[in-house]
Design a protein around this ligand. Sequence first.
Ligand SMILES: Nc1ccnc(=O)[nH]1
Length: 454
Amino acid sequence: MSDITKGFGHDSVRPVPMNQRSMGLFSTFSLWVGANVVVTTVFTGMFFVPDLKYLTAIAVILFGSLVGAVPLILMGNIGTRTGLPTMVLTKGAFGERGAVLPSAVNTIILIGWTWIQAYMAGLSLDHAVTYLTGYSNINLFTILTEMAVVAITIYGHRGIEATENIVATLMIVLSVIVFGYMFVTYDIGNLIHMEAKKNPAITVMVAFDIVVATAFSWMPTVCDFNRNCISEKTGMIGTYLGYNLASLIAMGLGATVSGFSIMGNMKQTYDPVDLIGQNNPILGLVAAIVIFLSVLSTNVMALYSATMSYLSIFSRHRFWVPTLVMGIISIVGALLKNWLLEHFQSFLLMIGTLFIPVIAVVLVDYYILKHKHYDVNEIITGQNKTYWYWKGVNLRAYLAYVIGAVFAYYFSYIQTLPTGATILTFLLTSFIYWALMKLGKSTSLSYDYESRAV
Ligand SMILES: Nc1ccnc(=O)[nH]1
């Protein structure tokens, strides 16, 4: 056993020193292409057409991603500067003990992502194989996909980076083939002129909000990888380019397939395999490979980040043990199948509610209140109690967080806003946290923090 495990990743939550950084511009770019070209993002793109006109949808996807990727790269840059994973970094704002809650929630959410994505990969592979051979076994293809994910992730970030370097390029090339085939066979001109719905559920503003929220869904993960970037500049540029290209490919694919499926009087779908597999089983298989690779390259990141979040709480455990245990959970849970798809929308809303306020608090804390400086050693050891606040918890961060989360919950579930709630939640939480911390400075409440933070 020990011979096998020696080769596994030994990744930990300790800061990655500069001389051990492994991601240059191409790796960073590939990683973020691999991250956001994923079937769930394709699925999201489906909802934009025909509610919006095709080119309007593409413009919203592009613009929303360009905007959402700004906080994403700012967040990732904290990882590059400190060498720490995201959930360890939340200690700086939430306190040594206050960070336990976001870390635990993040672990669970990431496993949720692996479930739905593995199942959706299983579905596409199954459809393609059925069109080709008549054989069908969704469970088998789902399990095989997720087993491959576990087999890669167990080798740690180096295994993941090596995978992304190949898979990202492959996905770009294969998706160009799929887009090309669809545009020619079903006629892109028709798609462009297709009428938008009269009473759309998704307006331009709501679509924009959803695209920005997609970027937020990556923020609890970003430092786990960008802490391996060799420089701040390549980290930010690689992430920005990779993430935006990926959004355009993935959401664009969903929007395109949706439009063509409706024009062809089919049931609305996001899945290119469903659209083209019947006419052309070989290209259906190519499309299924794109979907499979999209999930492989994303689920390795989700499982890895779930492990990092877990290790943020239980830092002494060896990397491969929680990876393997959660890997097995990710395989079994994917067999919940349609239940996962049915709850996907509420899952997204839940993530928005739970995590946008966390990101707002961390960004304000690092870039504004702590002037771009965390004492890395102190975050890890807690020796001088710099980030101890009150009994290990920063109550002001929690207060801002709760207000932000209640706001997000109310305006997402109970009284939906015509603008969506993502950006407003982010701005509101940022302001409240900043104000509470500034206000706190002049009251005795701040004694604990101020006296120790020198
Ligand atoms: N679409 C996704 C966003 C964040 N994490 C994932 O695993 N998938």
